[in-house]
Design a protein around this ligand. Structure first.
Ligand code: PLP
Length: 451
């Protein structure tokens, strides 16, 4: 049965999560389908940041480390975030960037593998993983004389051989929105004695994640589905603002190992057991605190807290489970409407239809040569024409890969602030851009630095 504009309005009227949109400052006339890249500004953030600057910093100065609880902000935010990713209390800190946190956990994982299972000299990852993840792994491999093995998703299982130290994957693929089965993949890696590092950049706040399971001793660990390390991003679905601090989680089994050989390498004073003792030697703080490095960016962390507060408010409305239900309904609707209303324009669905394999975004490919005068796919120009109409998605260049070249139009659906009528309107704009060939105008075919 076809869905009408009125049906979409009805779905919004019945949506129990609809009030959450009020927590955000969405510009008028914009349908924002790029929250997977930079989340929207929460209404509370500007006042909170102003208060941190003028009162906590301006008036109270250095006392605020204590009086405003600046000092433990990375841990407090980590605890606030933990339920979104199935982590326990005192297992997460918000700090540094995803890239830097990945360097820390991948190094620690390699240190652990070197001690526990020497001879494992490979890191396995997915060829289409986000580039910074691959670059960090490549750098570490050079530093340590290891090998980075990049495979297609369907070849991961066979790549888990006895010479592999770490499997490093991103849960939801940034380009296609395809999602791994984290528990099954982790269990397969553990059965082969391989540690798992998960990047949750496109998962945290978008899909429920369950990092945790017990697994204290080695045999239990080998049989467990609990991840070993995870990192993720603060400025995407968590709405922490541009360049917001990221987060890092380490399974307690690994986080508190006493031997310094198991340490993350950025052993700065904020990860010290007693930073204000100012001793000349490094003693790691217990647990996840040792994954902090230097003095924390309090203003940025305060902005991130406003993003996390919205998830705390969402708890009363069903939390991540309800957000996931809505996210799937939004992405299902978008797929259905684009296929019904934009047929015949060379758009191919790149995101899995199967719910269990889909994150919170929908991507479409367009064939190379379908653009103006056969130049490129036209995907970039279509996205630009949509942006000019206030529908903000983005474009990702295809990496070539093994198959034919395909460019991607990417649309993220943040269930906190996107509604069903937004989906209808976005598809209607897309239909007009395609039907009238508006995207072929020269101004939409000029490339900008950030796509
Ligand atoms: C967005 C994203 C990052 C970003 O890393 P930064 O250090 O914040 O630039 C890293 N990995 C993945 C998978 C991402 O999607």
């Amino acid at each position: 049965m076809t869905t009408t504009h009125q049906d979409c309005r009805t779905l919004d009227a019945q949506d129990p999560l609809a009030p959450l949109r009020d927590h955000f400052s969405l510009p008028a006339g914009v349908i924002y389908l790029d929250g997977n890249s930079l989340g929207v500004l929460p209404k509370a953030t500007a006042a909170r940041v102003a208060d941190v600057v003028t009162r906590e910093w301006g008036a109270d100065l250095i006392q605020s480390w204590n009086t405003a609880s600046w000092f433990d902000l990375p841990q407090r935010l980590g605890n606030q975030l933990a339920p979104l990713i199935g982590a326990g209390p005192n297992e997460v800190v918000c700090t540094d960037s995803t890239s830097i946190n990945l360097y820390k956990v991948l190094s620690a994982a390699l240190n652990i593998a070197r001690e526990d299972s020497p001879g494992r000299r490979r890191i396995v990852s997915e060829r289409s993983n986000f580039p910074t993840d691959l670059y960090i792994a490549e750098g570490l491999c050079k530093e340590r004389g290891l090998e980075l093995v990049l495979v297609e998703p369907q070849d991961i299982a066979t790549a888990l051989t006895s010479d592999v130290a770490v499997l490093m994957l991103t849960h939801v693929n940034y380009r296609t929105g395809a999602m791994h089965d984290m528990a099954a993949t982790t269990a397969a890696a553990h059965a082969a004695g391989i540690l798992c590092v998960w990047d949750l950049a496109h998962s945290a706040g978008a899909v429920p994640v369950d990092l945790h399971a017990a697994g204290a001793d080695f045999e239990e660990w080998r049989a467990s589905k609990s991840a070993d390390f995870a990192v993720g991003c603060g400025y995407k679905y968590l709405n922490g603002g541009p360049g917001a601090p990221a987060f890092v989680w380490v399974h307690p089994r690994h986080a508190s190992r006493p031997d310094l050989n198991f340490m993350q390498p950025l052993s700065g004073w904020w990860g010290h057991a007693t930073p204000f003792a100012f001793t000349p030697d490094y003693q790691p703080a217990p647990g996840i605190t040792r994954y902090l490095c230097g003095t924390q960016p309090i203003i940025s962390l305060s902005a991130l807290q406003c993003g996390l507060d919205v998830f705390t408010a969402a708890e009363a409305l069903g939390g991540m489970a309800a957000l996931r239900t809505k996210s799937l309904a939004l992405t299902d609707l978008f797929i259905q409407l684009v296929e019904e209303r934009c047929a015949g324009h060379g758009l191919g669905l790149a995101t899995p239809r199967e719910h269990a394999r889909r994150g919170s975004q929908v991507c479409w490919t367009r064939d190379e040569g379908a653009g103006v005068h056969g130049q490129g796919s036209g995907a970039y120009a279509i996205v630009q024409a949509l942006i000019a109409r206030g529908v903000i998605g983005d474009f990702r260049r295809d990496d070539g890969g093994n198959g034919p070249h395909k460019d991607i139009l990417r649309f993220g659906f943040t269930p906190l602030y996107i509604g069903f009528e937004d989906v209808w309107n976005a598809v209607e704009h897309l239909r007009q851009v395609l039907d009238t060939a508006e995207w072929q105008r020269p101004e939409f075919n000029q490339r900008h630095a950030v796509t």
